[in-house]
Design a protein around this ligand. Structure first.
Ligand code: AMP
Length: 199
């Protein structure tokens, strides 16, 4: 099983790349942001709880995030693996994920960080806001999201550098080029996994 964390600031292309990578490698794409947006759309109990945090560019409390993520993970029977997109975003979430996977004798296979400069992120998000319809894709909220990212999420890089295989990728390149870079890393892992399976 391949479990990939696709890491990076808002606007770094995690969602776009996750969709493509999931398709190519037969993995299940788990985006906590997407799950929350669907819940808000449905006006569900969870949707109502998370709406304000998302509108303000703040993090949804860990317990809520964990609940929806694990619920979603268990919807898949015999998954080949997962791509975690936008999760974990705090060290607490990362610890809980590690313990949860360990219970099932699983772990994170690799952690890929998409690196993009702030000015580029802001430009991308403002542009995306014109068609995404996302309430948080605007110039004011993006600044808050970047601040929250730096304070709460960036420290995760060290957490993962110490524990797992870590690769930083230039996320400012063209979508196709970033896709090829991520694919190359995953292909190596898939090959290793096959070897292990035949041992
Ligand atoms: P995203 O689509 O990943 O940019 O997420 C949009 C928003 O959903 C974030 O700005 C947070 O408010 C919330 N969110 C998504 N994932 C998480 C998470 N793992 N922890 C806390 N909040 C999250």
């Amino acid at each position: 099983m391949i479990n990939l964390i696709l890491f990076g600031p808002p606007g770094s292309g995690k969602g776009t790349q996750s969709i493509r990578i999931a398709k190519k490698f037969g993995l299940n794409h788990l985006s906590t942001g997407d799950i929350f947006r669907e819940e808000i759309e449905k006006e569900s109990v969870i949707g109502k709880k998370v709406k304000k945090y998302i509108e303000e560019g703040q993090l949804v409390p860990d317990e809520l995030v964990i609940d929806v993520l694990f619920y979603q993970m268990h919807q898949y029977e015999k998954p080949l693996g997962f791509i975690f997109d936008g999760f974990p975003r705090t060290v607490t979430q990362a610890e809980i994920l590690r313990k949860r996977l360990a219970k099932e004798k699983l772990s994170i296979t690799t952690f890929i960080s998409l690196e993009v400069e702030d000015y580029n992120l802001i430009q991308r998000i403002v542009k995306r806001g014109k068609y995404s319809g996302r309430v948080d894709d605007n110039q004011v909220t993006i600044l808050e999201r970047l601040k929250v990212y730096k304070e709460n999420t960036l420290p995760l890089k060290d957490f993962y550098k110490d524990h797992y295989k870590f690769t930083a990728i230039d996320g400012a390149k063209k979508i196709e080029e970033v896709f090829e870079d991520i694919s190359a890393i995953l292909q190596i892992l898939v090959n290793e996994e096959r070897v292990n399976l035949f041992k």
